[in-house]
Design a protein around this ligand. Structure first.
Ligand SMILES: Cc1cc2nc3c(=O)[nH]c(=O)nc-3n(C[C@H](O)[C@H](O)[C@H](O)COP(=O)(O)OP(=O)(O)OC[C@H]3O[C@@H](n4cnc5c(N)ncnc54)[C@H](O)[C@@H]3O)c2cc1C
Length: 384
């Protein structure tokens, strides 16, 4: 079977899940919903699209020429999942984001032991970079790993970590030399930290849409030598390489939310009558729909371009930054317009566009804010 055929089947499965499992998640608590979502994704093989084939991932064939995770496939799946459920979308991508460092550079035995379980959805993955003092600027990371006789000891704090508390493993960036603010890019190393490591505690908090997230505190967490992922001092390029592969898919998820908002708005304009006629007959509202459509289509084309560039092995920095910036901003605008077009219904709890409005907001912030994407793009344009 070609990669395109395998992906078409996976998309059918994602669509089918959207019709069944989405509503099922609604009444559950956050952790139960997250676990149910992951279980359902794993059952139909979708989590396998987050791990390279050689480690038990899906065979993406021509869609992943270098046996990496196919960005085109991941984008298509995220757009489909986000159309129905933000929780399912986030539980899919975290399996990739939280494990890809290991696929890229991990000890071969460790990767072979860990990644098939991630691909099968049996092990929950998480990716821990951000700290109270280090968000957009990762060279400010202060969590520290010191060498011990048996391996490493970690101290520090990570925050805004998706899957905090439910993850079985965190890939975590820590400082192995220098001091915060040095701007020395060789001062960091990635580590694989078990979720039940003694000395690791988790404090959960809530964000505006359902999303398992929290703060990790590391107080003398002891790890074996093999827990260092990739070369000592090579953590920052590894983390950035992982972000570079997955960032386009944030834009694709934004498109999924936006497509749903557009569909909901269209249906409402057709159904609702005011002043004796359907809302869809008012020109101003028709103009809104047209503007929503064109922004979404532009965002989809930018995602296609960025995903193709990354899958082809290009750095794709400009393409990816454009897609992430434009699609997430456009989706924010489209979801906002959908709320407006639905009137009072638009802000009523339980309405789909009310949920979309909240779900889409964080996408302009995580995996590089809109401002960070502009900095990347400007650097590409100016060549410095
Ligand atoms: C729902 C959610 C899930 C997340 N999941 C994870 C996760 O799993 N793992 C993880 O490690 N992190 C995660 N994060 C953290 C996320 O990556 C950070 O919030 C993000 O990188 C921004 O960092 P910050 O919040 O510290 O904001 P700051 O970096 O403090 O930025 C604040 C504002 O200043 C702007 N700004 C900063 N620097 C500049 C500059 N040089 N020029 C112009 N503007 C600038 C920013 O764009 C932003 O608008 C998550 C965040 C959210 C909201």
């Amino acid at each position: 079977m070609s990669g395109a055929e395998a992906l078409a089947r996976a998309l059918d499965a994602a669509r089918e899940l959207g019709r069944s499992v989405g509503p099922e998640l609604d009444g559950l608590g956050e952790d139960a919903a997250a676990r149910r979502a992951l279980g359902a994704l794993a059952e139909v093989g979708l989590t396998r699209w987050c791990v390279p084939a050689r480690f038990g991932g899906a065979d993406a064939g021509e869609l992943a020429p270098d046996d990496a995770v196919s960005v085109r496939a991941l984008c298509a799946l995220r757009a489909e999942l986000a159309y129905h459920s933000g929780m399912r979308d986030v539980m899919l991508v975290m399996q990739g984001l939280g494990s890809y460092d290991l696929a890229l550079a991990g000890d071969a035995e460790l990767a072979a032991r860990e990644l098939p379980a991630v691909a099968a959805g049996q092990r929950v993955a998480a990716f821990a970079l951000t700290e109270p003092g280090a968000g957009s600027s990762l060279t400010d990371v202060a969590a520290r790993a010191e060498r011990t006789a048996g391996g490493w000891r970690l101290e520090g704090e990570k925050t805004y970590i998706s899957n905090a508390g439910i993850a079985d493993r965190y890939t975590l960036l820590a400082r192995t030399s220098g001091a915060p603010g040095d701007r020395d890019e060789d001062a960091f190393t990635m580590f694989l930290v078990p979720g039940d490591a003694p000395g690791l505690t988790v404090e959960r908090f809530e964000v505006m849409a359902p999303h398992p997230i929290g703060t990790l505190r590391l107080a003398g967490v002891e790890l074996p030598g093999e827990a260092a992922v990739g070369p000592v001092g090579g953590g920052l390029p590894l983390a950035l390489g992982t972000l570079a592969r997955f960032r386009t898919s944030v834009a694709a998820a934004a498109n999924g939310f936006a497509r749903r908002a557009l569909d909901e708005a269209r249906d409402h304009l057709r159904d609702r009558r005011q002043f004796g006629r359907p809302l869809a007959s008012f020109q101003g509202l028709r103009f809104d729909l047209a503007e929503m459509d064109v922004r979404l289509r532009a965002a989809e084309l930018l995602v296609d371009e960025a995903a193709a560039a990354v899958d082809a092995g290009a750095p794709g920095a400009a393409e990816v930054a454009r897609a992430k910036l434009f699609a997430t901003e456009a989706a924010g605008w489209i979801c906002d317009r959908a709320v407006q077009l639905l009137g009072g219904r638009g802000v009523k709890r339980g309405e789909i566009v009310e949920r979309l409005y909240r779900e889409v907001r964080a996408l302009r912030i995580y995996e590089g804010t809109s401002e960070v994407q502009k900095l990347i793009l400007a650097k590409e344009i100016l060549g410095s």
